[in-house]
Design a binder for this molecule. Structure first.
Ligand code: GUN
Ligand code: ZN
Length: 434
């Protein structure tokens, strides 16, 4: 058992559909210890004054002036696009064609995949991200590199081989039958091993034949606790393309429904250009949206409609979408999410509260992934993945956070001015001594 004395930031368990209310304990104690399987979980947390006597014999690390908060959860990221960050293009489709597909070809080489995976996992941890749902490439070797590296670092990471058997260049295009055989073999190899999970990963409707989508849906039915990850309704040209391929479909999202690809643990990046019928479909099937604000601003894709989403009440959370997205830092993502919320020309503009933004990148994202009570929070029983934040990491942050008169002001200062410099330490459940 080990205890940490610091300020604590965590979330009350949300009532049905409500986003969690943040709890801030100025002088708190977090106690972690192994469960029966040996994985480190939160045993207790609360006020230092109230709890410390009960844990007097426990080794306690004092972190004055620091905040312990849940590790961040990134709902959508592409590890092979690490080096694609910052590639300018006239929108999504030219960006895929000119930068992303050519780059992803390189991941047929296991050594190259391994080298990028090592950097990628280190970069997640440096930024305080302890759980991610990640795309690999269409090459099975790229999944082995990613999940192997995550396993080494004892991370709770979910990944999958991209399915893309049409409208894709040589070198990344896969073969329908083989792609499904490979997917099932990877599920059996990786899903549920240590803290790892597998995600069936049809890239998006234009890149997958009907037979491939059909096969993906069959695997999704056969393995109900495996995740599904894909993209939908990101960009107007992409949507027009999907409509040309499925002229009879009610909407782009409904194509995935047709193939059995909407269900709990199905995560769709973007969900920008959707209507209320689509929102109801997300809600009714239990599928979740990964909001990707830095990517949507960088590629000029559009603005996620938070008010529309909340009116219907489907699941969503925040994501970096690196390399369409521009940063690994959850602080940058939360700030971009705030900008996207404010935009009021294409949808109602609103001011997302800092507590909501933070929840959407931790406990809310975990809930959307079907991992509520497992990660993304520090409630007793949660796996002990957490970050130690230094609210005075830069001169301007020190000045601004010293003036914060409320929790909202403190969190907003961190969101607006924070980056990887705020993350002093990232602690992973199984490896307390990082
Ligand atoms: N749609 C299909 N593939 C991709 C991708 O790699 N990134 C983004 N942002 N959208 C996609
Ligand atoms: Zn993506």
């Amino acid at each position: 058992m080990k205890a940490y004395r610091a300020s604590l930031l965590y979330f009350a368990e949300p009532a049905n559909g409500e986003s969690g209310q943040a709890v801030f304990e100025e002088d708190g104690l977090l106690v972690v210890g192994p469960d029966e399987q040996g994985s480190q979980r939160v045993q207790a947390l609360g006020s230092y004054q109230k709890l410390s006597a009960g844990y007097a014999g426990v080794d306690t690390e004092h972190l004055p002036g620091r905040i312990i908060a849940p590790g961040f959860v990134d709902m959508h990221i592409h590890y092979p696009q690490l080096d694609v960050i910052g590639s300018p293009a006239e929108g999504l489709l030219p960006w895929l064609e000119n930068y992303t597909f050519p780059h992803e070809k390189r991941f047929s080489a296991p050594e190259y995949s391994a080298q990028v995976a090592t950097f990628f996992i280190a970069e997640l941890l440096r930024n305080g991200v302890t759980t991610a749902l990640a795309f690999a490439t269409s090459h099975p070797e790229s999944v082995n590199a990613l999940l192997g590296e995550a396993q080494k670092n004892q991370l709770r990471l979910i990944g999958g081989k991209v399915l893309m058997d049409q409208n894709s260049p040589d070198g990344v295009r896969d073969q329908t039958e083989q792609s499904l055989v490979d997917t099932e073999a990877l599920i059996n190899q990786w899903h549920g091993v240590d803290r790892l999970g597998y995600a069936i990963t049809p890239r998006f409707v234009p890149s997958c034949s009907a037979a491939q989508l059909q096969g993906a849906g069959e695997l999704a039915a056969k393995y109900p606790d495996v995740w599904i990850q894909s993209h939908v309704a990101e960009n107007k040209d992409e949507i027009a393309w999907a409509r040309r391929l499925y002229p009879q479909a009610r909407s782009y999202l409904s194509v995935y429904e047709q193939f059995g690809l909407l269900r709990p643990r199905a995560v769709y990046a973007h969900c920008i250009h959707i209507n209320d019928e689509d929102r109801a479909l997300m809600l009714g099937t239990g599928a979740a949206a990964a909001v990707c604000p830095t990517s949507n601003l960088f590629l000029g894709s559009g603005f996620f409609d938070y008010a529309g989403a909340d009116e219907v009440g489907f699941l969503y959370g925040q994501a970096s979408d690196v390399g369409g997205g521009t940063s690994f830092s959850p602080f940058h993502t939360m700030l971009a999410a705030y900008y996207v919320g404010r935009e009021g020309q294409t949808k109602p503009g609103l001011s997302l509260k800092p507590q909501q933004l933070w929840w959407q990148h931790t406990a809310g994202a975990a809930r959307a992934l079907g991992l509520a009570g497992v990660v993304g929070n520090l409630q007793p029983g949660c796996e002990a993945d957490f970050v130690v934040l230094n609210p005075k990491a830069t001169p301007l942050l020190a000045r601004k956070t010293a003036q914060a008169g409320s929790l909202d002001e403190l969190l907003f200062a961190l969101i607006v001015l924070g980056d990887d410099r705020v993350i002093e330490k990232t602690v992973i459940s199984q490896a307390l001594a990082t």
